[in-house]
Design a protein around this ligand. Structure first.
Ligand code: NAD
Length: 283
């Protein structure tokens, strides 16, 4: 039997629509949510991601502003702009689009964003709060994955979840979220031996390695839920996930596609975090 499809595009549209009344209520109180996006350099994919984020904000009345810098921007200039945005009461959320140009210290730049405006959830304070089990802003991609799992009714408590990838923006927060929901979590990475064997034990498998089609049907337990976070460009310019959708869908119980899966949910979670940041600023 073919797996049930978890349609991230449709769910993201629903999430955005559900945020509209909250945005209107905030605007009526004189606090229209505002997001500032910082984009440095000329990576074409980053430009597309930021455009999608700005568009999603506009659609539901969240004000957005784009702060664009050349690839040779100095760290001092970026930090100065971030400091100004931290002080600006009309800005409730700040995102720094990654990757930053190689000469910049990404950790230092991300650390400069006020934790109260860190709607990407990348700041050490927000990652620490998640680790402690009292999250404030959770990184948008793992938050989106969790929302997809809940929407599809995938059981988590007591189940074995395997996350492939251990980055601070996807793999680690994903594992922490699943842990918080009482799953038993295994984190796999590039040095993991017996990856296929571990993956095959998963009731929930989240692939976030950025390795096109690395998860085939032999790595999936029949009936498991498979979420594909990976987005890589293949040699012919096509977008590819980490999961071989065509074969895995014949084994899995649920599956998310690429495109149309996690990507739109990441954007929806960013908008949601911006609305929450605005609410928290009034509390
Ligand atoms: P990253 O490169 O920082 O981390 C990749 C992780 O995968 C590392 O921890 C590494 O150890 C692991 N890995 C690499 N090769 C592996 C292998 N062969 N076997 C097991 N583990 C392996 O990347 P990231 O920022 O965490 O992103 C991961 C993927 O998710 C990328 O494809 C990225 O484009 C995608 N992504 C998608 C969205 C979205 O909105 N859809 C958002 C963020 C990231």
């Amino acid at each position: 039997m073919a797996a049930r499809l978890i349609d991230g595009k449709a769910l993201a549209a629903q999430v955005r629509a559900q945020l509209k009344p909250a945005v209107e209520a905030l605007a009526a109180r004189g606090a229209r949510p505002g997001l500032a996006a910082i984009l440095a350099g000329d990576d074409p994919a980053s430009h597309v991601y930021v455009r999608n984020k700005v568009r999603a904000c506009d659609e539901i009345g969240v004000r957005s502003e784009l702060h664009q810098f050349g690839a040779d921007v100095s760290e001092a200039a970026l930090l100065e702009r971030i400091a100004g945005l931290n002080r600006d009461p009309a800005v409730h959320g700040i995102l720094v689009q990654l990757p930053l140009p190689a000469h910049l210290d990404g950790e230092r730049v991300l650390a400069a964003v006020s934790p109260a405006k860190d709607v990407d959830g990348f700041h050490a304070e927000n990652l620490g709060l998640l680790t402690r089990g009292t999250p404030r802003f959770v990184a948008c991609t793992p938050a989106g994955v969790l929302r997809m799992l809940d929407h599809a009714g995938v059981p988590l408590a007591g189940r074995h979840a395997v996350v492939i990838g251990r980055s601070s923006i996807v793999g680690k927060p994903m594992a922490l979220l699943l842990l918080q929901r009482d799953a038993t979590v295994t984190i796999c990475h590039s040095k993991t031996s017996r990856l296929a064997e571990l993956a095959r034990q998963a009731d929930v498998l989240v692939a976030a390695a950025g390795r096109p089609l690395m998860v085939g049907a032999v790595m999936v337990k029949p009936g498991a839920c498979v979420i594909d976070v990976g987005t890589s460009r293949t040699a012919d310019g096509k977008l590819s996930g980490d999961v071989d959708f065509a074969t895995v869908r014949t084994v899995a119980g649920w599956i998310s596609p690429v495109p149309g899966g996690v990507g739109p949910m990441t954007v929806a979670m960013l908008v949601e975090n911006t609305v929450r940041a605005t609410e928290l600023s009034l509390a």
